[in-house]
Design a protein. Structure first.
Length: 351
């Protein structure tokens, strides 16, 4: 009897253990299936989202007049570089990096196709006050100096393509102290921007139309030396000046600014009036500006003077300005810059 009971008990235990193992396997399989489904669903949603974004990107790109081939390049290389494709349409910096990657991968790239893309998007030129993004942005005929081992040679940008810039050696003929493979520097100044120093290896030196040309690869890396601490916005703002003459008189005059920055203002005065005021470098004066519903009163000091036509023009620097007024100027200048950029881009797109 006990033996039969033991057999039954053992059989029951075995059955329970088998059931438990089976249950565990089923539970694991369920979790695996749920996990697989979640991963699949996430990938599916990502696929749908990317498909929708691509459709939207192409629709936006068509509004700029871009062709299917041009949009394919921008979309594919945006994905490859992990860049937002919509920013590539709106901003020059990501656009240039995408194009650079495309050119590196495609030695037989179509130069005219890229030029047309830049023109359609308004990226073929940048305003003179905006910093360069790459050496591709240097204007043709920009003058400067090629420097090699402390020797200086005047140059001008003769031509450029997607890979190289071609600098014309002004009034210089062979023999040259540098050759292919040597590293040279090119230093040039953009009037409203900065001084730039570009370094690169000489790819080639050749003669064309009696000119000797140095071929140097494009780069996104260069030294930028600001000519002034802050950007000066060219804008006309009514300003009241109060100048103390040497004999103690105070003269008030109303003019307009020629430019403004958070550091100071520029303005011009007719020659005859300027002779009466006798302002020299170092002269301190009071200034009252009224614009955008704001009034700023401050003192400034004359830093430079130049005669232009029938006017004497002064560059000045604020002596003291409150943080509130400085922040107001920063916001005003930034807003005006953005307006100029939008208008500039609009003109470049539709010209």
């Amino acid at each position: 009897m006990d033996e039969r009971v033991n057999i039954v008990v053992d059989a029951f235990k075995t059955t329970i253990e088998n059931v438990n193992i089976f249950t565990v396997i089923i539970v694991i399989l369920i979790f695996v299936l749920i996990g697989f489904f979640l991963v699949f669903w996430e990938k599916f949603e990502e696929f749908l989202s990317k498909r929708y974004l691509k459709k939207l990107f192409y629709r936006n790109g068509e509004n700029y007049g871009l062709t299917q081939k041009e949009l394919d390049i921008l979309w594919n290389y945006s994905q490859k570089l992990n860049k937002d494709p919509f920013l590539v349409l709106e901003y020059k910096s990501p656009f240039e990096k995408v194009i650079h990657a495309y050119v590196q991968d495609n030695p037989d790239y179509n130069e005219n196709l890229i030029k047309n893309m830049r023109k359609k998007l308004g990226f073929d030129k940048i305003p003179s006050f905006m910093p360069l993004i790459s050496t591709k942005d240097i204007d043709l005929f920009q003058t400067g100096n090629l420097i090699y081992e402390n020797r200086i040679f005047p140059v001008a940008l003769y031509d450029k393509d997607e890979k190289y810039m071609y600098w014309y050696l002004i009034d210089k003929k062979p023999p040259f102290p540098f050759d292919k493979g040597k590293t040279v520097k090119v230093r040039f100044t953009r009037e409203d921007d900065a001084v730039y120093i570009v370094e690169g290896k000489v790819e080639d030196i050749f003669e064309e139309n009696g000119k000797y040309i140095v071929k140097i690869p494009h780069t996104f890396k260069f030294l930028q030396i600001q000519r002034r601490r802050d950007f000066r916005l060219k804008v006309k703002i009514p300003i009241e000046l109060t100048i103390s003459t040497k004999d103690g008189k105070q003269i008030k005059i109303e003019v307009e600014t020629t430019d403004i920055s958070i550091d100071g203002i520029g303005f011009c005065i007719p020659v005859l009036k300027a002779k009466e005021l006798k302002m020299d470098i170092g002269t301190v004066f009071s200034a009252k500006l009224r614009f955008e519903g704001k009034e700023i009163e401050t003192e400034a000091v004359v830093k430079n003077i130049r005669e232009i036509g029938k006017n004497v023009c002064y560059g000045s620097e604020f002596k003291e300005i409150t943080n509130e007024d400085k922040n107001f100027l920063i916001k005003f200048i930034h807003t005006e810059q953005q307006k100029i950029l939008k208008e500039y881009k609009k003109l470049k797109i539709f010209e």
